[in-house]
Each structure stands twice: as C-alpha cells, then as structure tokens.
Design a protein around this ligand. Sequence first.
Ligand code: BV8
Ligand code: ZN
Length: 264
Amino acid sequence: MNAIPFTEELVARLAGARRVAVLTGAGISAESGVPTFREPGGIWERFRPEELANVDAFLANPALVQAWYAHRRAVVEEAAPNAGHLALAELARVVVARGGSFVLATQNVDGLHERAGSGAADAGTLLELHGSLRRTYCADCGADAGAGALDALAAGAVARCAACDGPLRPDVVWFGEELPAEAFRAATRAAQTAEVYLSVGTSAAVYPAAGLPLLARDCGAYVAEVNPRRSDIADELDEHVAAPAGVALPALQDRVRERAPAGW
Ligand code: BV8
Ligand code: ZN
C-alpha cells in the first residue's frame, strides 16, 4: 500500500504508457518557495489580477507592473527546482527512453521546469503556455530587451526601450492575450493523444489551459490530478492524489521505475 494516496491503476498505466502528457500550475513551484496565485498569502491576495496581469493595467501604470514582475523574477532567481520538478523530468526520460512521448505544458513563467531538465534532448517536450519571466521585450516595437531589463529599477521608474523609448514588458501572457499559438497547439495535440494525463498544482481556474485535462479525459486518457486540495475540475477527473507534488511525484516515479517493462 502506498504511503501516498495514489492508486495501483495510476502506477500501472504510467508504467505502460507510450504517450504521457502533463499540465502544471503554480502549485508545483510552491515547494520551491515561489508563491501561488489564489491561495491565502498568494500573489493575488495582495494584488487583484485585473490590477497587474493585463495590458491595460500595464499601460496605465507600467512602473507598478514592471516592479511586480522584477520582484517575481528576484524570487524565482533565488528558487531552485524541487523534487516534483525533478521527478517529472525523470519520468519524461523513462518514457522517452522506451520509445514513448512525454509532453509537459506549464502555466508557470518561473523557468523551474527547464532548470530541472524538462525539455532537454532526452526529457520530452516542455511548452510554456503563459510565457516566461526570463524574456523581456518592448511593448511598442517588440524589440527584445534581455532578461534582466526590468531588474534593479529605481522606485517609480519605467524601464524603456533603447530603440524607441517604449515601455518594456515581461514576455508573459496577460489576461485577454492569446497564448503562444504553436505551444498551445502542441499542448492540445498532446492532450488529445495522451494515454495518461497528469494535472499538477493548478486550480484549473484559468482558460484555455484549464481545459486541457478535460480534453484529455474526453479523448480517452486516464487523468489524475496531484494537488493537496481539489481543483475546480477535480470531480471530472479519474483520480485525485491529495498530496503535495514534491512528495507525490517522486513516490509515483519510484513505483513506475520499479514496474516499467525493460524496453519494448
Ligand atoms: C485567452 C500571467 C484568448 C503570467 C496569467 C475560456 C476560454 C478562453 C479564455 C477564457 C475563457 N474563460 C475566461 C477566459 C479569459 C481568461 C480566464 O481564463 N479568466 C479566468 C480568471 C476566468 N483567460 C485569458 O484571458 C487567457 N487568454 O484566453 O486569450 C482571448 C483573447 C482575447 C479575448 C478573449 C480571449 C490568458 C490566460 C493567462 C493569464 N495569465 N498569468 C503570470 O503573471 O504568471 S494567469 C495565472 O493563473 C498564472 O499564469 C497561473 O499559472 C494561472 C493559473 O493559476 P495556477 O497556476 O493554477 O495557480 P493557482 O494559485 O490558481 O493554484 C495553485 C494550485 O496549486 C492550487 O490548487 C493549490 O491547491 C495547489 N498547490 C499548492 N501547493 C501545492 C499545490 N499543488 C501541488 N503541490 C503543492 N505543493
Ligand atoms: Zn521599442
């Protein structure tokens, strides 16, 4: 019997799956010390999304939004991938090594999956659906401004483009903005073809990303959620693993490694 509340069915399905897909949200980075959005003490508790994560708020007060993202970058620079990030990268290597496909779509912009090894040559595909804090560009002319362009700003200052003096913004997807088309298309295809789909650390409150686990279920995947709490879509999924990602995913990966057929 597992100490962690996941079923033998989930282990068996993961151990035998050729096509695995995953959606992650802020919860997988919580154990790295990166605050989530909608929990007590979360980012949105102090600021409302409308104030910060949309282009109108940015144009109305670029200094506030630039400072908020600079703060988030600083938090993330201090953070390290945790056991949950590392377990997903390891699981990807196991599935890819046996000739399968592994696609990890993240709503996170913190870069911790990449730093954990996800998306590297032997570790499947990593899709950043909401962009990345590591890229900054000019809101007017689109010129790339380099990762640290918003850092170390004087209070109230606005970081501006060297080429046209436009305000610089983080390369993240704000409310009302389209997700990167190719990344979302690939994430959709992965949900449609997955045999096993894991939804990890997301409240499933933000669309269209939150629709991916439901699409996977509609297309016949076995869908499990890993989250200490039940998300908005938990009742529609096959399994809810009520545990933190940093505890559940390494335990799951260990069981899969024990059971995985040696090659095919
Ligand atoms: C768009 C910016 C097309 C980056 C963010 C239907 C279809 C399409 C759009 C919509 C729709 N309905 C509504 C919309 C509009 C809107 C939307 O979804 N609104 C919501 C609020 C209803 N969607 C959009 O605007 C999207 N764009 O659709 O474009 C379009 C274009 C024009 C006009 C119309 C449509 C853009 C969405 C992206 C918005 N950008 N952030 C940034 O600053 O980071 S959203 C923000 O929420 C983050 O990106 C975050 O990733 C995302 C989701 O949050 P979560 O990651 O789930 O985090 P949360 O705190 O909510 O939950 C954490 C969970 O972790 C909890 O459940 C907790 O229990 C759990 N947890 C905690 N600890 C752990 C844990 N789990 C595991 N282990 C732990 N240790
Ligand atoms: Zn410019």
